[in-house]
Design a protein around this ligand. Structure first.
Ligand code: ADP
Ligand SMILES: O=c1ccn([C@H]2C[C@H](O)[C@@H](COP(=O)(O)O)O2)c(=O)[nH]1
Length: 226
């Protein structure tokens, strides 16, 4: 009976659920979102990577990988803007699943550029002030963070298999740094405030096992807020 109540609530206006799928580069976030996009009443928002690869004919993602010190701020400012744009889109379905968030752009990727000495202090300060202004003045509700927890080695293999042009220069060490920042943030709670409860899904497994795990966690994911 409780389940029926939950389902009713899920369909009603008052119950909205925003779930962010997080994880390292090539951890399987898009694949996970594609799987859930087949469910009715779920809106799926993948990261706007195509915009990061082409803004008015320029490719800030490619430029950043070629020269992070020069272009890191440019990319992360644009990522921050496009993620904010995603967060403030009015919800038209009871559940929205979104790839990463404005939080991971700042706490993982900008942080990584800065900590590795590739983003100048002044760039990081300007980006940080922008970020702080946004989260203080604009509501960015998140109900659940699903963390696809992988080893950097798995991501490295999947990254090579995906073969995105801009990412061919990424070494394993880069994925290790991103991994450590994710673990410190979402698992060890050692770095930044976590804006929502975290559901950890081990994601080194083959696709069949991953889909099985998604089914096992379906209810937790889709009813995080109810
Ligand atoms: N469980 C899995 N096992 C093997 N390959 C996978 C798995 N999940 C995704 N892939 C492949 O790995 C690559 C990266 O996956 P993707 O979903 O694009 O990752 P992300 O969106 O996190 O960057 C793609 O080529 C995808 O087909
Ligand atoms: O804030 C960000 C977010 C992402 N990126 C990079 C990392 C990858 O090369 C692409 C897309 O990431 P996926 O994990 O494949 O979705 O964008 C970044 O540099 N900064």
């Amino acid at each position: 009976e409780k389940q029926i109540d939950k389902n009713k609530k899920l369909k009603s206006e008052e119950c909205h659920d925003l779930c962010c799928i997080s994880g390292n580069i090539a951890s399987g976030k898009t694949t996970c979102l594609e799987y859930f996009s087949k469910t009715s009443d779920i809106e799926v928002l993948t990261e706007p990577v195509s915009k990061w690869r082409n803004v008015q004919g320029c490719n800030p993602l490619g430029l950043m990988y070629q020269d992070p010190s020069r272009w890191g701020l440019t990319l992360q400012t644009y990522v921050q803007l496009t993620m904010l744009d995603r967060h403030v889109l009015p919800m038209s379905t009871p559940v929205r699943m979104m790839e990463r968030s404005i939080y991971s752009a700042k706490y993982i990727f900008a942080e990584n550029l800065y900590k590795s000495g590739k983003m100048p202090e002044v760039d990081f300060a300007v980006l940080s002030e922008w970020f702080e202004w946004i989260i203080k003045n604009i509501a960015i509700p998140v109900d659940l963070i699903v963390y696809l927890q992988t080893s950097p080695q798995t991501c490295y293999e999947r990254l090579k298999q995906r073969c995105r042009d801009e990412e061919k220069v990424i070494p394993l060490e880069y994925l290790e740094s991103i991994h450590n920042l994710y673990e410190d943030w979402l698992i060890h709670h050692k770095s930044f405030e976590v804006p929502a409860p975290v559901l950890v899904i081990p994601a080194d497994h083959d696709l069949k096992k991953m889909l099985h795990q998604y089914e096992e966690n379906r209810e937790k994911i889709l009813m995080a807020h109810c």
